[in-house]
Design a protein around this ligand. Structure first.
Ligand SMILES: Cc1cc2nc3c(=O)[nH]c(=O)nc-3n(C[C@H](O)[C@H](O)[C@H](O)COP(=O)(O)O)c2cc1C
Length: 310
């Protein structure tokens, strides 16, 4: 059974693809994703200038997921814009750019460059939790609205979506949704890492990662309930006008199915791709297809948003 889906009219042959960040920084890494079973190829969040990122150790696997404070290490805008045609020649899959400004003025420059490129979708990263001294844009509703005004004024027809931080209060979902309704946003990607968490090793009596005194973004199983709630909430509020991409703690086809029930049009995987490698795309997709078949759903659309109410 096929798990094909679409986001803003862009077709994905599979419901599962990579999340921005893990193993998608270099051309070689992107090639591995392009050649895998992933439904699309998401590029590492790109900044105007190349970045080395934070000091090591800055990523650590833990039994239920991962913690990281990478600090957006990436090759910078020019390298990714130069890379897109070669990647395009390599794969027919949708290519998704992710971008983040180090200051508000960077966003229009980055966005315009990708609007003019051959990528299929643009994901604005409003939720990187790990830059020292920077609040997450998604938690600053004034800044969010202003940036969206500036970016949608650039025009063009390329679908643009937003990668959101996790919200933990219905008032925040409502406030965010009220802003998002004002713009022709193509998709929301929920959620980025749960920011500023701390995991320590009682043996060494130290945090697991070095930047920011050990505070970092949490991924993996720990965050799945938060991600599901964000997908469900935004799907109920905005699912009729924009696609919702689920991400956070997906390890199995059963996890992906839960996101589908909550209304996700597609899902991304971060930590499990980091840990298992590119084989995870085919495995999770196969597991999802088996569940759909067993339950008698003919395709993705038939199960989308079908969470039953108790
Ligand atoms: C090592 C690492 C780097 C990440 N870098 C980015 C990034 O550059 N841009 C972004 O939007 N999210 C980034 N994320 C967040 C993931 O895309 C994803 O939203 C988060 O890890 C939750 O998914 P997961 O539970 O499958 O890991 C990163 C995550 C990890 C583990």
């Amino acid at each position: 059974m096929s798990t094909k889906t679409q986001i803003a009219g862009v077709e994905l042959h599979s419901y599962i693809f990579n999340a921005s960040g893990p193993k998608d920084v270099t051309f070689d890494e992107l090639t591995i994703i392009a050649d895998s079973h992933a439904g699309g190829v998401v590029i590492k969040t790109c900044t105007l200038e190349p970045r080395e990122g934070n000091e090591e150790p800055r990523y650590c696997d833990v039994p239920l997921g991962s913690i990281n404070s990478m600090g957006l290490p990436n090759l910078g805008l020019k390298a990714y814009i130069d890379m897109v045609p070669t990647l395009r020649a390599r794969t027919k899959k949708p290519i998704i750019a992710s971008l983040a400004g180090m200051k508000p003025d960077d966003f229009p420059v980055l966005t315009k460059a990708f609007i003019d490129s051959d990528v299929d979708l643009i994901e604005l990263n409003f939720s990187c939790p790990n830059l020292k001294g920077k609040p997450q844009i998604g938690y600053d509703f004034e800044m969010t609205e202003q940036l969206l005004k500036d970016l949608f004024a650039l025009g063009g027809t390329k679908p643009i979506g937003i990668k959101l931080p996790p919200y933990f209060d219905p008032a925040h979902w409502d406030a965010a949704a009220a802003i998002f309704k004002k713009f022709p946003i193509a998709f929301l990607t929920c959620i980025n890492s749960v920011g500023n968490t701390l995991i320590i090793d009682a043996d060494t009596e130290t945090p697991l990662i070095k930047p920011k005194g050990g505070f970092g973004g949490l991924g993996g199983e720990y965050i799945k309930p938060v991600a599901l709630a964000n997908v469900r909430a935004f799907s109920q509020m905005l699912g009729d006008r924009m696609a919702i991409i689920g991400v956070g703690g997906i390890k199995t086809g059963r996890d992906a199915f839960e996101f589908l029930l909550c209304g996700a049009d597609a899902v991304q995987v971060g930590t499990i791709f980091m840990q298992e490698g590119a084989g995870c795309f085919e495995r999770i997709d196969r597991e999802l297809a088996e569940i759909l078949k067993k339950k008698g759903y003919k395709n993705i659309a038939a199960a989308k948003g079908k969470l039953k109410i108790l």
